[in-house]
Design a protein around this ligand. Structure first.
Ligand code: ATP
Ligand code: FE2
Length: 323
């Protein structure tokens, strides 16, 4: 069985084609980048997705050497409604045209499942860190549960917002990582953990007062060290609580080598395994939606009208029919 997956929850429009023998046949995408100094405007991202959809679908089919898939999956949440609707509309059009079943996928769970596939882990804790999301998720008592999350902004949004303050190009994460390498002085920032939840709003407010007084390199260094220590601490708590021995780091921010290193050290100290999938599979992508489609094929239907977007769909509310 071959599944074509569509990702369009936020910045990225992606098409992945994956087989049920877990081969990624293709994984193509295009990401909307806002003009310098701006955040994401959902209507602009929607327009971008509409503009690239047809070409990406053709490209994916060509690269996978198939005429049509046996199944289509589409991320229906969580995400920005205008963006989600582009993906769902395309998914329905294609499903009808090819007369194949369609299944709606949860974006966060898709990150987790492709991470499991890549790492060969059976039952990991996932630290999911992207622009809009910061969550610690694991499987317990028949479903995926969110053990911890940000109470306000996602870690990537914090980096990007800080980047706008100091005129870094969007997305600011990679540039902050580079600058942090040259930082030497640690400047204390608010370290805010409640249970397994984290908060970054205080960090952001505090950063504003630091930028005039300190070297940018030192601020970036301190930003990373503080926020990543918070993320590693809540991941460790979730691993201790669930007694799990595997950690997957995923989402766009997982590209950060310092965060990878800190997670890896924590896991080593606990005798646990650690994996950070390559960025093509860790950032938003269509292959993860396609692979989750294969897993969730029992939920697929030709009753297309039954499928709608679910912009606030929480991982806890996903029916996990494949475990
Ligand atoms: P989601 O919809 O899941 O929130 P997204 O649209 O934010 O995803 P991703 O590609 O998952 O897209 O993540 C992008 C984020 O990752 C941006 O905020 C960017 O600054 C951040 N990022 C990318 N590379 C790095 C890095 N090396 N260090 C820190 N942050 C990074
Ligand atoms: Fe994501």
């Amino acid at each position: 069985m071959i599944c074509l997956g569509i990702e369009s929850t936020a910045h990225t429009f992606g098409i992945g084609i994956v087989s049920d023998w877990s081969e990624v046949l293709t994984n193509v995408k295009s990401t909307y980048v806002p003009p310098k100094g701006w955040g994401i405007d959902p209507s602009k991202a929607k327009q971008h997705h509409e503009d690239v959809a047809e070409l990406l679908i053709e490209k994916a089919l060509r690269e996978a050497h198939i005429k049509k898939p046996d199944l289509i999956s589409v991320a229906i949440g969580p995400g920005l409604p205008p963006c989600l609707l582009v993906g769902l509309k395309k998914a329905k059009e294609l499903s009808k045209k090819w007369d194949v079943p369609l299944v709606g996928i949860n974006h966060a769970i898709a990150h987790l499942e492709i991470g499991k596939l890549f790492s060969n882990f059976k039952d990991p804790v996932m630290l999911y860190v992207s622009g809009g999301n910061t969550q610690v998720i694991a499987f317990e008592n028949g479903k995926y549960r969110v053990f911890g999350e940000t109470e306000d902004m996602g870690i990537g949004n914090l980096f990007d917002s800080f980047g706008r303050l100091v005129n870094l190009e969007f997305p600011a994460g990679p540039k902050i990582e580079e600058l942090a390498k040259k930082g030497k002085k640690y400047i204390e920032l608010p370290y805010s953990i409640k249970g397994m939840d984290v908060s970054f709003a205080g960090v952001y407010t505090h950063l504003k007062s630091l930028i005039k007084k300190h070297k940018l390199e030192d601020v970036c260094f301190s930003l990373q060290e503080t926020c990543f220590a918070m993320l590693v601490e809540v991941s460790e708590r979730a691993m201790a609580h669930t007694q799990k021995k595997e950690l997957i780091l995923t989402g766009g921010v997982s590209a950060n080598k310092r965060l990878q290193e800190m997670c890896s050290i924590m896991c080593e100290e606990r005798g646990a395994s650690f994996s950070a999938p390559p960025i093509e599979l860790a950032g938003d992508n269509g292959a993860m939606i396609a692979w989750n489609g294969i897993l969730a094929k029992k939920e697929a239907t030709k009753n297309y009208d039954k499928i709608d977007i679910n912009p606030k769909w929480r991982a806890d509310d996903v029916k996990v029919s494949w475990i």
